[in-house]
Write a protein that binds this ligand. Structure first.
Ligand SMILES: [Zn+2]
Ligand SMILES: [Zn+2]
Length: 180
């Protein structure tokens, strides 16, 4: 049965993992709104903690989703992936450059440090820095979906960790062994 190939992609957890990038982006949006217009009173702590818990859970679900094969991803595969890849070159570049350690650490410092900016101008700067995370997640999720068509992955040995043939790209980024 093919259902084994889709293990982990069905059900609530699978759906959550599949939509995790969107959920994470929405959560960051909520964090920004809360940061600019804080909620006071007994609810504030509950809301903040709930949001943190939700972000962490979504992150874990996304990692789980990205390790396997997802039927929602298969059905939502674009018909013209190479055209899409050409259009999203900047996102590919961001997801590769953003993963380099020399950028990750300064970025994290800015990300955490911006929380201490309490002046009105500082809060705007903080919101901008937080918004950059939304773009990073967007770049990561686009890259994951269109990885076989990513020019940077092809340069690094034709398909990176999965050793894909660069001439006939695997339409599904992920573990193709599960299909056979
Ligand atoms: Zn998926
Ligand atoms: Zn790539």
């Amino acid at each position: 049965m093919t259902s084994n190939a889709y293990q982990g992609s069905g059900g609530f957890a699978g759906r959550w993992g599949h939509f995790a990038p969107e959920l994470l982006m929405a959560s960051i949006g909520a964090v920004i709104v809360l940061g600019l217009r804080p909620v006071y009173g007994p609810l504030s702590l509950t809301v903040s903690l709930g949001l943190v818990a939700f972000v962490l859970a979504s992150w874990l679900m996304m990692r789980r989703h990205d390790r396997g094969l997802c039927e929602h991803c298969l059905t939502s595969m674009p018909l013209n992936p190479s055209e899409m890849a050409a259009r999203y070159r900047r996102r590919f570049w961001v997801s590769h450059t953003g993963a380099e350690r020399r950028y990750v650490i300064p970025y994290l410092i800015v990300l955490i440090g911006s929380n201490f900016a309490t002046s009105p101008a500082g809060r705007v700067g903080w919101a901008v820095v937080q918004t950059s995370m939304i773009y990073l997640i967007l770049a990561y999720s686009t890259h994951r979906r269109l990885q076989p068509w990513c020019p940077w992955c092809r340069e690094n040995g034709g398909g990176g960790e999965h050793g894909r043939d660069p001439v006939t790209p695997d339409p599904v980024p992920g573990n193709r062994r599960q299909l056979i």
